[in-house]
Design a protein around this ligand. Structure first.
Ligand code: DC
Length: 212
């Protein structure tokens, strides 16, 4: 079973993807980490060489060496969103994601273009969303618990600016796959959001050919 989870920054998609992977015993790939790893590699590269070096970094990253803690920082997110605008970076990261999605037994992937581009024939697609205010509050609390006091207002500004950059990505705007189930987590805590996602997967699987 292939499960594609997409959604904006801090929507809860990562936590939901991890929870689904555990529930259904599937391997999980957070594809944002790939873009973050590329972004971090080129953080000090001058503008003139930025694109070229980002493409080279995307072609040589080792996906087995991704460190979610190091890559989780807000500054890295901004760099990730910048390299994600370079078509050849997306192209270089594509095969790894496609192969991960299509491994025998299936997988859960989360990102921005999983249901539309990386795995358009996934058996289940979920688009996780939440209001910018909810996402900013959650991310500010999460950062504070890790010792980074960014504050709600600054976090809201960062979330809105990243939404804008992602919406206007010249390498392909992110959109909701036609068959995706929408899951708005604004009013849900993480347990309730995960329960809702599990229900969507179970329902989708019950409707698959061969499920009777
Ligand atoms: O999901 P995230 O916050 O870790 O993503 C970081 C950035 O990477 C985000 O601004 C957009 C980009 N990204 C992407 O373009 N395509 C993906 N499949 C995943 C992330």
């Amino acid at each position: 079973m292939r499960i594609a989870i997409d959604g904006p920054a801090a929507s809860g998609k990562g936590t939901i993807a991890k929870g689904l992977a555990k529930t259904f015993n599937l391997p999980h790939l957070d594809t944002g980490l790939l873009y973050r790893a590329v972004g971090l590699t080129v953080r000090d590269v001058p503008e003139l060489n930025f694109e070229e070096e980002a493409i080279a970094a995307a072609r040589s990253i080792d996906p087995s060496q991704l460190d979610p803690e190091k890559l989780g920082r807000a500054k890295v997110a901004k760099l990730a969103s910048r390299v994600a605008r370079i078509p050849k970076v997306r192209e270089a990261l594509r095969d790894y994601q496609v192969n991960f999605a299509n491994q025998p037994g299936g997988a859960v992937l989360d990102g921005r273009d999983i249901g539309t581009t990386i795995c358009p024939d996934a058996e289940v697609k979920i688009f996780v969303t939440a209001s910018p205010e909810t996402r900013a509050r959650r991310r500010a609390d999460q950062m504070a618990s890790q010792g980074y006091d960014i504050g709600y207002d600054e976090m809201l500004r960062q979330i809105e600016s990243r939404d804008e950059a992602d919406r206007n990505n010249p390498a392909g705007a992110f959109y909701v796959a036609d068959e995706a189930h929408l899951l708005d987590t604004s009013q849900l805590d993480i347990e309730a959001a995960l329960r809702a996602a599990i229900a969507i997967v179970n329902q989708a699987m019950a409707g698959q050919p061969g499920s009777e």
